[in-house]
Design a protein around this ligand. Structure first.
Ligand code: FES
Length: 140
């Protein structure tokens, strides 16, 4: 029997989420100044995000030595990415560009040359999509 997927968004329409750590410190930044991640979250929240993209803040992504850090994720079929060493003064436009390209994919895999430099050079890790119902565990 075929599954009814009429209420499910197509993978390229699944919401994309930017999750920004608001508590990271950065080398060379005054410890009493607002945290760079809080500034990045504020900048992203105050701009026109690409269609289907939203943003939220969290406290700590366990990438503290690479702050400020952010996750790019989007639904059950897309790869997720963790980026670090982000600078809210330098990387806002590239993050928006990269999020738009990511949102246009079904699997989260934007061709390397089409990724903004910050996404090419400052990726900490990528995380595979959640298993699909048709996935079967490998037998080894
Ligand atoms: S405080 Fe930002 S990743 Fe830990």
């Amino acid at each position: 029997m075929a599954k009814d997927t009429s209420d499910c968004p197509s993978p390229a329409q699944a919401p994309v989420l930017l999750t920004v750590c608001t508590t990271c410190r950065r080398d060379g930044v005054d410890p009493e100044a607002p945290r760079p991640g809080a500034l990045l979250l504020q900048a992203l929240s105050g701009t026109d995000l690409p269609q289907g993209v939203s943003v939220r803040g969290v406290e700590c992504l366990s990438a503290c030595k690479r702050g400020c850090a952010m996750i790019l994720s989007g639904g059950a079929t897309r790869w997720s990415y963790i980026y670090g060493d982000l600078d809210p003064d330098q990387h806002l436009a590239e993050i928006l560009e990269g999020a738009a390209a990511y949102a246009a994919t079904e699997d989260g895999l934007v061709p390397w040359r089409e990724r903004p430099q910050v996404f090419r050079k400052q990726s900490i890790a990528r995380i595979p999509p959640a298993p699909l119902p048709d996935d079967s565990p490998s037998q080894e």
